[in-house]
Write a protein that binds this ligand. Sequence first.
Ligand SMILES: NC(=O)c1ccc[n+]([C@@H]2O[C@H](COP(=O)([O-])OP(=O)(O)OC[C@H]3O[C@@H](n4cnc5c(N)ncnc54)[C@H](O)[C@@H]3O)[C@@H](O)[C@H]2O)c1
Ligand SMILES: [Zn+2]
Length: 440
Amino acid sequence: MTRCPMTPGSSHTTHDSADRVAFDRVALERVAFERAVNDAGHPPQPDATTTLWQRFSVPYAFPVSFTRDLFAADNEMLLATLERHEPAGRPGQHGRQRLLMFIDAGVVAGMPTLLGRIAAWCAQRADRLEPVAAPLVVQAGEAIKNDWAALDPMHRAIHEHAIDRHSWVVAIGGGALLDAAGLVAATAHRGVRHVRVPTTVLSQNDSGVGVKNGINHYGQKNWLGTFAPPDAVINDSAFLTCLPERDRRAGMAEAVKVALIRDAGFFAWLEEHVTALAAFDAEAVAVSIRRCAVLHMHQIGTAGDPFERGSARPLDFGHWAAHRLETLSGHALRHGEAVAIGVALDTRCSVLQGLLPPGEDARVVRLLQALGFTLWHHALDRRDAAGGHLLCSGLEDFRIHLGGELTITLLERIGRGVEVHELPDSTVLAAIDWLRGCTA
Ligand SMILES: NC(=O)c1ccc[n+]([C@@H]2O[C@H](COP(=O)([O-])OP(=O)(O)OC[C@H]3O[C@@H](n4cnc5c(N)ncnc54)[C@H](O)[C@@H]3O)[C@@H](O)[C@H]2O)c1
Ligand SMILES: [Zn+2]
């Protein structure tokens, strides 16, 4: 395979000097053209066959802020975030920050005063802020990701209110709304400025601080989407007060996931505080969200592959099964609920493959169950007309999604993930049987 020398993981051997020459050819050729025209009066004859390498890098940096009650009269975080974005504190080219908000209808239902408070908050800052329209309230949840047409009102609002590349889209909602709005913001004008305000545990501790967006298509999770980091993320703990219990719990599966692959100390902390977490104690939930968000940020920012060009997906521990289960259950399972099952399955697979000491699987199941997760869904048993096991065929979908070699994260101990390239169906089926036994 020929590799672009900028690709992470490219070799740093004798190829380096050859790569440098290849890159320099653009500069050499540019100068040679000018010289030849000056000296000889005509350009040089181009080589019939050659390769010029284009090269540039774009640094990404965005703030992930934490606050309480973003639209309280004295809370300046959102405006400060928009204004900080301008080079050297210059006001935007419009003078005031123009913005359009998309808000999850679930949040509006849970917080009936929200729209009024947003209007008052914006009015107080009318000299520096220009909301181009009233917030667009969007029916969200997974349904918004299952219908390409559901994106149209957001695209249309950006168009009709002339949101340009110096204006802002502010999306307030759960992971599904943020995934959909992120795709809208990334594709309108090839990308408009975008602030995410996650309102669920899962979106505050995982999806909202990430760099991906997307919707489901052709019956597959996140088939259509882009890697497009937001310009800022603001986690407001007040939004969690109106979140239904089911969704408060669902997000905790991602905390267990990231603890298992990266942080044994955090896993032990989760075990120690499981009673408080299961009772949604605000302080314990806040600690777990912060730690989980930081671990995700660390992985994305430092592991060398933020846009997932390689095959490893360490943050997707338990997710090959989770994504398949979400689809097989007709999205009756929340993402986090499916992740809890996927994590339990892949932990058992780790034991069955001889990677993780026996007994650690039961420990993980105990924690998930104590948090309140149901670790069984009848979709785990579904087969197609030919008798093929539908969850197992999710492995093949995952391989196709990765392209090339199957790469799955399993555990070699609690707090340490390991990449494997094989997971026999027989192991998956045995893990399902084991989970059935745990939940009977
Ligand atoms: N882009 C990524 O990197 C990434 C990572 C993980 C998960 N995800 C995606 O995130 C989605 C799941 O997100 P989620 O768990 O936040 O669920 P969700 O967005 O589906 O929200 C669940 C429900 O809660 C409602 N809601 C949201 N905030 C509320 C609030 N504060 N008060 C009351 N109701 C509220 C929503 O309207 C919805 O009905 C999945 O589609 C998953 O694939 C994306
Ligand atoms: Zn997830």
